[in-house]
Ligand binder design. Structure first.
Ligand SMILES: Nc1ccn([C@H]2C[C@H](O)[C@@H](COP(=O)(O)O)O2)c(=O)n1
Ligand SMILES: [Zn+2]
Length: 156
């Protein structure tokens, strides 16, 4: 008889997104993303980090202070990295992301043909960029749903 307590597709793909987030060097917010095509194949993964060639240790990871001394002008978001790392055309695919996408990433998501967003947290709800994100998403006809992430235990 087959096992009954196997994890769902949502838990599996969000689990990959959460695992990817653990690679982030950002001390305050770690985000992971996993893009899945219509055949349930993973076609791109990413996490928030500095662009290739930039040294993680010589750039500031501050949230506050003079703009140029914060992380904001330099970090590539998880969703952007997942799109850039993708191995095929993303038309009709789904992005699993641990944090709801910002407006800049939402533009990339719409432009790449991703049709669904599955997310866990929306900690920036109500901020202008978050409202803009929802406007882009709804105008582009992208579906979305928030899921609760269950704990995954690894048996030996
Ligand atoms: N959907 C998102 C939202 C944010 N990020 C990245 C960008 C920064 O490294 C960090 C956000 O900074 P904070 O919330 O600490 O002000 O998370 C992302 O990759 N994807
Ligand atoms: Zn973003």
């Amino acid at each position: 008889m087959k096992r009954k307590d196997y994890i769902s597709w949502d838990t599996y793909f969000m689990g990959v997104a959460k695992l990817s987030a653990l690679r982030s060097k950002d001390p305050s917010t770690q985000v992971g993303a996993c893009i899945v095509n219509e055949e349930k194949r993973i076609v791109g993964i990413g996490y928030n980090g500095l662009p290739k060639g930039l040294d993680d240790s010589s750039f500031a990871w501050e949230k506050e202070g003079s703009f140029l001394e914060t992380k904001y002008p330099y970090v590539v978001h998880a969703e952007a990295n997942a799109i850039l790392n993708s191995t095929q055309n993303l038309k009709g695919s789904t992005i699993y992301v641990t944090l709801f996408p910002c407006n800049e990433c939402m533009k990339l998501i719409a432009q790449s043909g991703i049709k669904e967003i599955v997310y866990v947290s929306n900690k920036d709800e109500g901020k202008d960029f978050n409202v803009a994100s929802f406007k882009i998403m709804e105008a582009a006809g992208i579906k979305y749903r928030q899921i609760k992430m269950e704990e995954i235990t690894l048996n030996e």
